[in-house]
Design a protein around this ligand. Sequence first.
Ligand SMILES: NC(=O)c1ccc[n+]([C@@H]2O[C@H](COP(=O)([O-])OP(=O)(O)OC[C@H]3O[C@@H](n4cnc5c(N)ncnc54)[C@H](O)[C@@H]3O)[C@@H](O)[C@H]2O)c1
Length: 306
Amino acid sequence: MAKAPIAVIGAGLMGHAIAQVFAVAGHDVAITDSVAASVDSASERIAASLKDMGDDPSAIVRVTPQRELAAAVRDADYVVEAVSENLALKQSLFAEVEKHVRPDTILASNTSVIPITDIMGGLKHRERALGTHWWNPPTLVPLVEVIGTQWTSPQAIDFTMKLHAAIGKKPAHVKKDVPGFIGNRLQHALWREAVSLVERGICDAETVDTVIKAAFGRRLAVLGPLENADLVGTDLTLAIHRTVLPDIEHRPGPSPYLERLVKDGKLGFKSGEGFRTWSEEEKIALRARVVAHLKKARADDDNETM
Ligand SMILES: NC(=O)c1ccc[n+]([C@@H]2O[C@H](COP(=O)([O-])OP(=O)(O)OC[C@H]3O[C@@H](n4cnc5c(N)ncnc54)[C@H](O)[C@@H]3O)[C@@H](O)[C@H]2O)c1
């Protein structure tokens, strides 16, 4: 089967790596950005990343950087946007893209949290518009959430699910366009309680992270919470919820403790202090540990499918 031509708009952290994944899988990919220097450096950055990931270096021949948006999207069957997280920007960008593509070209946004309905509501052909939420780094994290709106056609969802499965990703269909989709809702439910434990003086920040990493974090990659609930029994899960849920954090807004950190300029890695303090060496070491862990997980996945 012919591989659909792809266009990626936004050649930043996410966009250049999304282009790389499609190119490695054999798709021709046009990539564009409003900053000419980002377009001009895209091939170099992708080539370096191909080398770092141990992926086929010849995939770079399938990547075509384009300074003009119209030229980038004109021949695409599938356009994915990874520009800055700004609703007005994304709305005006898709309005412009629609002028240059066929009515059935699929249009996808890689927004982290903005409802797809808000981004795509003004389009002429809303039935071909959806969200695809990749996780960072796109070359190493398998999940792509595929989010439909009330207008998205089943054909567009089906095409997008199959497209991402065929490039080696794990697509997950999000049937309702809710803020945070699935992954970020789950992640931030955990983070809310993590902040609350520190705020209430139950433990310090380092201990929260140790408890997760040394306990259920060890199992999470192979045992999801609902598999786990079935494994221990739904009756036991109900009993635990009756005891624990009334005391778990459930305020509707952000924690005042978190708001205070931000107000005091304690922005984490950016300022050297957040929930904890970070030296330059510690920042480099943590980033390296995460990448090494994700590379090993990808290698394990590859070995399993061989
Ligand atoms: N960084 C992450 O971990 C992550 C994870 C998942 C989703 N996302 C989402 O992906 C999107 C991109 O994030 P990023 O981290 O790659 O940002 P980034 O800042 O690294 O890249 C954004 C790129 O968009 C370009 N851009 C801005 N306006 C444009 C326009 N009108 N036309 C073309 N290009 C334009 C910028 O020049 C920049 O190169 C955002 O919506 C973000 O929320 C990010």
